[in-house]
Design a binder for this molecule. Structure first.
Ligand SMILES: Nc1ncnc2c1ncn2[C@@H]1O[C@H](COP(=O)(O)OP(=O)(O)OP(=O)(O)O)[C@@H](O)[C@H]1O
Ligand code: SF4
Ligand SMILES: [Mg+2]
Length: 365
């Protein structure tokens, strides 16, 4: 079997809070992998570390004192490359009594090193679409110029007129009307939905091997949201681009994903084939996934409960991560047989059936 296009192992991205003299453990031991041609849906409530996982993969965590460790193995030109190789040399931790008191980072060295690794990868081999398309585009440059420049920078097409033709082609692919005319528009001249289509066109025009879409529909009107999801479904059928799709909206995830990773408190608590993870009737699930699925306002849920059921309990404090299972304080499935373990030991992410892994003591008895 081919090696996955992207394999993230034990990724930890911590931000150091000088005032609290403690790490905010935004991403705390994430493992995930994406096979070529597959769409991996990453789902989890706000603050669970989805975006920081994506930004770490793009080499975009550089500001301020932070620490990244683990491996992000990416296949490029038939070779596997660790996108974090050597970054640890630019961070120095000062510890006292086992506690990190200070983090100093050679920001310039870190950025130079990261740019060296990411130079031919970011934008070209891994492209990203963000939640807020207007903020991600340059307001002072026409849409056409931005896409044309990206094409000339990241693909073999260097001729300006040819690149412009390609830009118009991609605007047409994302169903933007009068693409030639739109090339001359500035981003503020486009509606939110249209701007997101232009962002998608710009990302795809560079023919990336991996597309990361971080909440591509959040922030758009509901009708526009569903049109963008329709577009992504269509593009997936046509192009089959390997995609990491991040969303807290399970309906978006379920329409597009082949496999799913569920994140909670900075880590993956369950992953596997989308059909297993998202099927409400499928019994072997992490209790957090069950809670997430019950919180979707499905017709049946609305009929039975009449409201959107929120997941009870507070979002995890990523500074004071508990010793045991991080979902313990909100879990309603702890039994007497496993309570001690749930309280004191964090379970591993273990395979319970082929390709399906769960981080929960319930399945290891
Ligand atoms: N630069 C930073 N400094 C300190 N903490 C940060 C920083 N960026 C993010 N965090 C924290 O890291 C955690 C994870 O953030 P992240 O943006 O990855 O969440 P998310 O799952 O994408 O949430 P959402 O669904 O709201 O987009 C949050 O608690 C956030 O406050
Ligand atoms: S390990 Fe225990 S506390 Fe954690 S999700 Fe499973 S049953 Fe709940
Ligand atoms: Mg996010």
């Amino acid at each position: 079997m081919d090696a996955p296009l992207l394999k993230i192992e034990n990724l930890r991205t911590y931000f150091y809070s000088q005032s609290k003299q403690a790490f905010i453990r935004s991403v705390d031991g994430v493992n995930l992998e994406i096979a070529r041609g597959e769409t991996l849906g990453v789902v989890g409530e706000s603050g669970s570390g989805k975006s920081i996982t994506a930004l770490s993969t793009m080499g975009l965590i550089s500001a301020g004192p932070g620490v990244i460790s683990g491996t992000i193995a990416f296949q490029t030109n038939g070779v596997q490359k660790n996108l974090l190789q050597g970054l640890e040399n630019y961070v120095k931790l000062t510890e006292q009594d086992g506690k990190v008191m200070h983090v100093s980072k050679n920001v310039v060295g870190w950025e130079k090193h990261s740019d060296r690794i990411m130079h031919k990868i970011r934008g070209k081999e891994i492209a990203m679409i963000f939640q807020n398309p207007k903020a991600s585009m340059n307001p002072f440059t026409t849409v056409g110029k931005q896409i044309t420049e990206a094409i000339r920078l990241h693909t073999k097409t260097k001729d300006p007129l040819e690149a412009e033709d390609r830009a118009a082609y991609w605007l047409k692919q994302v169903k933007i009307d009068s693409p030639r005319l739109r090339l001359t528009n500035y981003p503020y001249g486009l509606s939110g939905g249209m701007c997101q289509r232009a962002m998608i066109a710009m990302a795809l025009a560079c023919e990336p091997s991996l597309l990361i879409a971080d909440e591509p529909t959040t922030g758009l009107d509901a009708t526009i949201q569903s049109k963008i999801v329709d577009l992504l479904v269509e593009l997936k059928g046509e192009l089959g681009t390997t995609t990491m799709l991040i969303s807290h909206d399970i309906s978006v995830i379920s329409r597009l994903s082949d496999s799913v990773a569920v994140m909670y408190g900075g880590t993956v608590v369950e992953c596997g084939p989308a059909r297993d993870i998202l099927a409400t009737a499928f019994e072997s699930k992490h209790p957090y996934t069950t809670a997430l699925l019950t919180s979707i306002p499905s017709e049946q849920n609305i009929k039975e409960k009449g409201y959107l059921q929120a997941i009870e309990g507070d979002v995890l404090d990523t500074i004071n991560i508990p010793l045991g299972c991080r979902f313990y304080s909100r879990c309603n499935r702890v039994t007497d047989a496993i309570r001690k373990k749930c309280e004191s030991h964090e379970p591993d992410l273990r395979e319970i059936s082929p390709g399906h892994r769960v981080r929960c003591w319930l399945y290891f008895e």
